[in-house]
Ligand binder design. Sequence first.
Ligand code: SAH
Length: 469
Amino acid sequence: MQHFPIFLALAGRRIVVSGGGEAALAKLRLLLKTEAHITVHAPQPDPQIQQWATEGKLRLVQRRLEPGDTTCAVLFYAADEDETEDARTSALARADGALTNIVDNLQASQFITPAIVDRDPVTVAIGTEGAAPVLARKIKADLEERLPTTLGPLARIGKAFRKMAEALPMGRARRDFWADYYFKQGPRAIVEGKEAAETTLETLLQDHLSRQAKLGHVAFVGAGPGDPELLTLKARRALDEADVVIHDRLVSPAILELARREAILVNAGKEGFGPSMRQEQINDLIVEHAQTGAQVVRLKGGDPAVFGRLDEEVEAVRNAGIGWHVVPGITAASASAAAIGQSLTSRGRNDDVRFLTGHDMAGFADHDWRALARPGEVAAIYMGKKAARYIQGRLTMHGAAPDTPVTVVANASLPTQHVIATTLARLPADLRAAAPTGPALTLLGLEPRAKDALPADTVTALSQQEVSL
Ligand code: SAH
């Protein structure tokens, strides 16, 4: 691409045209569509140019262009219809910093004017870099035929309505609405005038909004670590408005209590489907409910975007053309750090923190053990109970100090919260001895802060473990 197409804002800018014949006329017809200040230099101007000057549409100077005449011009057209004069005038303009175009001289021009299909505010510019003007003309003719002349007014009315249309969710819903306006209802209405088109637009928006309301929607909501008070206000509202709640095993009964009384509760970790429902089954379940027009809340423990297979479910919902949004939640790492009064990052100790999974679908998960083994490193290990010995082995092999603090927090934020403060060396044994039930998060590199900073129930748990702080 030798020429880069741009749309130039010309309101109030200066354009100078040198020449008063046919070539100048052709350019001026286009330029007069803009809001630029146009000056024409022509010793013998065409009567049409004179008339435009009288009408105040441009400024006419009836002498040839001289140095100083192109000061502050952004664009300059040499339409002198004389090669030597074109060269002289364009050199003057270029010296003044204007971009120059020499009519019918592509080589010497700094910019070219494309063929234009004008349905203001819709403008189609066609350029062939001078390769095939015939082709440009043909494309222009085709487009002129294809794009109704009402497109301009339609688009102007549409533009003023864009903010209102934001009431529809982004994506398909909004695209369908505009397609209906531009290609179906709008063209019919505009024939009767601007007001008719505006009324049509309003009615159409109401139609689409009510159609939307009848469509299902999926909210992927984070339920937090278990304590209902750690739900966000948005999560509460979503539960309050839900027709169907599809939840994980981890979501506590106290939270499910908050769902709308009439809501159908579906446990997607339910036994009877094997240990847990297969992911594809869950995806189908979500989509099927939303397709009945239901407001579906897909409720996930913690934050849906942390080890929650959010992407797969969102993709399934998107592919089905259903509206969706995500409500974040407090992830187990945050709740566990809070439980031991610690900070996940700390100036001078660790300026990054990793969220890892103890095992993935293929078994125990592999990680950058060397980096994790460095002193001061902090990591939140999800699903790490079974992998304790494996993790300990890997880290020790990569040089982690045996006395690296490790804290396991089970049931963080719940009344059954249980803190096991240990070290890397003692992790597997202490964990086996404590045998915590419920979900547990392993915090590598963190130990509970002083007892006085911990909630009472945590301290009890700690003293049961005979942890010396
Ligand atoms: N999306 C969730 C994580 C799901 S993976 C989140 O953001 O928290 C499940 C793992 O999360 C569990 O194996 C456990 O390691 C951790 N987890 C979830 N809830 C927890 C809780 N209340 N206390 C401790 N760990 C928890």
